[in-house]
Design a protein around this ligand. Structure first.
Ligand code: MCA
Ligand code: AMP
Length: 471
C-alpha cells in the first residue's frame, strides 16, 4: 500500500470536481498531472519549504513532494522573521514553493496547475520515507519539527476512515490552515488517499461551510462555536453525514446546540501533531458530549498515575495519557534527546494530556499537564516562545504568558508584563510585536501590566495563580 492511493489510482473514474479550493477546481487527473509534474522537477537534495497559503498551488506542491518522496515543510504564510528563519534553518530546506517571503534566498520551485506536457506519475516510494515535517510548539524553546512518515500518514488516515465510514462517496469540507495536521493531512491529503472529494472554503466561516454542500465537515471548536451562534448556517448542515470537531475540547453547550440546530451530534476526536489521530467517537457508535471516544485503527492507549500505575477504567481516575501505534511520528528533527524524553522506556509516547477512561474504553480529555502549552482557536502555542519574543523588548522587565478561558477561542493568550512604562500604547505595541515577530495567531489577545509576578520561595513564577479571574 502507498499513501495517496486514490490519487495514484489511474483506473478509477475521473471526477471534474475532485478538489476545490476557493474558486479553483481540479479533477483527479488534473491534480495527478500537476503534482506529478511538480514531482518531476523538484529539487531532491533536501526538504521543500511550502508557503502554505490556502490555494490549489499549495496542495499541488505538497502532493508533488509526497509523490517524489521529498519531505515537505509547510510554513504558516504569516510567520514572522524569527519564526521563518528558524523553520527554514532547522528543517534544512533546500528549496521553496509558493509565494516567496522576504529574507528567503532558497531557489523557488515552480508550480503549474495545468502543465501542457504532464510528467508521468512517479513510482511508489518506500513507506518509511519522511513525508512531512510539521512544526509545532513545545512548552519552551522554538517550535520543533515533527517527522511523519508516509506509513504513519496512511495508517492514521485509514484508521479514521474505518471509524467514520469515510469513503469515496464523501465530500469533505473545511477552511482550516494548510500548515497543520488537521487542515492539511486530514482535510486534504486524507481525501487524496480515500478518494473522497474535498472542498477548502478559504476561511472557516459558518456561511462558507453552509454553502459547501459536503457530507463531512471538519472544524476546530472555535469554528463550531461560531456555527452554533449562526442558526441559519447551522441548519444548512443538517443534511451532512458527519460534523467532526477536534484539535481542542468541544464545549458541551456547543455540542448540544449543534445537535439542536442540525439534528445530529458532532463526532469528537482527539489527536496531536506527533500522533495524528488516536481517539474518536464512531460514525456507528455513541457520541457522548465531552468525551473523545475509542482508539482508532491500530492506536493503543493507556492511562497512568504519577507512580506509573495504570488507572482503573472507572471513568473517574485521572492519569497521563500514553499512546502507541503505527501512526506515531519518527521523532523531532535534530532533537534526539527531546524525542527520547517523550517516550517511556517501553516505547509509549507521553502525550502531556490528562485523561480518564471508562469501562467501555471511552476516553475523556481532562486537561494538559503543563500550563505552558496553550490551545487558542485550535492552535498549539508555547508560552515560552511568546515570553522570549516579549523579553526582546527593552520595556519588558519580566513577563508570564498564560491561556485564560475564552468562549470563542477556548483559551486566549494573556501576557502579564512587569514594566516601568505601562500604557495602552505599549500594550498595543507588544501585541503587534509578537504578531509580526512570530505569527498573527500567536499574538496575546490581552496585555495586563502588573507590579510583580507571583513567585514561590525559590523564585519560580506561580502561573497557576495567574489563571484565577482578575479582581
Ligand atoms: C488574520 N487576520 C489578520 C491576519 N490573519 N490580520 C492581519 N494579519 C494577519 N496575518 C484578521 C482576519 O482577517 C480577521 O479580520 C481577524 O484577523 C480575525 O481572523 P479569524 O480568522 O477569525 O481569526 P481568529 O478569530 O483569530 O481565529 C479563529 C480561527 C483560527 C479561524 C478558528 O484560530 C483557526 O484557523 N484555527 C485553526 C487551527 C488549527 O487548524 N489547528 C490544528 C492543529 P476580520 O474580522 O476583519 O475579518 S493540528 C491538531 O491540533 C491535531 C493534529 C488535531 O487534533 O487536529
Ligand atoms: P497539536 O499538536 O496542535 O495537534 O495539539 C495537540 C493537542 O491538542 C493535544 O495534546 C490536546 O491537548 C489537544 N487536543 C486535540 N484534540 C482534542 C480534543 N478533542 N479534546 C481536547 N484536547 C484536544
Amino acid at each position: 500500500m502507498t499513501f495517496l492511493a486514490a490519487l495514484r489510482d489511474t483506473t478509477r473514474p475521473d471526477a471534474p470536481d475532485a478538489l476545490r479550493i476557493g474558486d479553483v477546481t481540479l479533477s483527479w487527473s488534473q491534480v495527478r498531472d500537476a503534482a506529478s509534474t511538480f514531482a518531476a522537477g523538484v529539487d531532491r537534495t533536501g526538504p521543500v519549504a511550502v508557503c502554505a497559503v490556502p490555494t490549489m498551488e499549495t496542495v499541488v506542491a505538497v502532493t508533488g513532494c509526497l509523490l517524489a518522496g521529498v519531505p515537505v515543510v509547510p510554513i504558516a504564510p504569516d510567520s514572522g522573521p524569527a519564526e521563518l528563519a528558524h523553520l527554514v534553518t532547522d528543517s534544512g530546506a533546500t528549496s521553496w514553493a509558493g509565494p516567496l517571503r522576504d529574507g528567503i534566498e532558497l531557489p523557488v520551485q515552480s508550480i503549474d496547475l495545468h502543465p501542457s506536457d504532464p510528467a508521468p506519475l512517479p513510482e511508489a516510494i518506500d513507506e518509511a520515507t519522511p513525508a512531512t515535517i510539521l512544526y509545532t510548539s513545545g512548552t519552551t524553546g522554538s517550535p520543533k519539527g515533527v517527522l511523519m512518515s508516509h506509513h504513519a500518514l496512511r495508517t492514521g488516515i485509514e484508521g479514521l476512515a474505518e471509524a467514520w465510514g469515510w469513503t469515496d462517496a464523501d465530500t469533505v469540507a473545511h477552511g482550516l490552515p494548510l500548515f497543520h495536521t488537521h487542515g492539511l493531512v486530514l482535510g486534504v491529503l486524507g481525501s487524496l488517499h480515500i478518494g473522497s472529494r474535498a472542498v477548502h472554503t478559504g476561511k472557516p466561516t459558518p456561511e462558507l461551510y453552509a454553502a459547501a454542500e459536503a457530507t463531512m465537515y471538519f472544524g476546530v471548536p472555535t469554528v463550531w462555536t461560531r456555527v452554533a451562534r449562526d442558526p441559519e448556517s447551522a441548519r444548512r448542515l443538517a443534511s451532512a453525514r458527519l460534523l467532526v470537531s477536534g484539535s481542542a475540547p468541544l464545549p458541551v453547550p456547543v455540542f448540544e446546540r449543534l445537535r439542536e440546530l442540525t439534528g445530529q451530534s458532532p463526532i469528537e476526536r482527539y489527536g496531536m501533531t506527533e500522533t495524528l489521530l488516536t481517539l474518536s467517537t464512531r460514525a456507528d457508535g455513541e457520541r457522548r458530549p465531552g468525551w473523545v471516544g475509542l482508539p482508532v485503527g491500530e492506536a493503543e492507549t493507556r492511562i497512568r498515575g504519577e507512580d506509573g500505575s495504570f488507572a482503573p477504567h472507572d471513568g473517574e481516575t485521572v492519569g497521563r495519557l500514553e499512546v502507541r501505534g503505527p501512526m506515531l511520528f519518527d521523532g523531532y528533527l535534530n532533537l534526539p534527546e527531546v524525542t527520547a524524553e517523550v517516550f517511556t522506556e517501553d516505547g509509549w509516547f507521553v502525550t502531556g494530556d490528562l485523561a480518564v477512561v471508562d469501562a467501555d474504553g471511552f476516553h475523556r480529555i481532562v486537561g494538559r499537564e503543563s500550563v505552558d502549552l496553550i490551545k487558542s482557536g485550535g492552535y498549539r502555542i508555547g508560552a515560552g516562545e511568546i515570553e522570549t519574543s516579549l523579553l526582546s523588548r527593552p520595556e519588558v522587565h519580566e513577563v508570564a504568558v498564560v491561556g485564560l478561558p475564552d468562549e470563542d477561542l477556548g483559551q486566549r493568550i494573556v501576557a502579564f508584563v512587569v514594566t516601568a512604562e505601562a500604557s495602552d500604547d505599549l500594550a498595543a505595541s507588544l501585541v503587534d510585536h509578537v504578531a509580526t515577530d512570530l505569527s498573527w495567531h500567536k499574538r496575546p489577545r490581552e496585555v495586563r501590566f502588573v507590579e510583580s509576578l507571583p513567585r514561590n520561595h525559590m523564585g519560580k513564577i506561580q502561573k497557576k495563580q495567574l489563571l484565577e479571574p482578575a479582581p
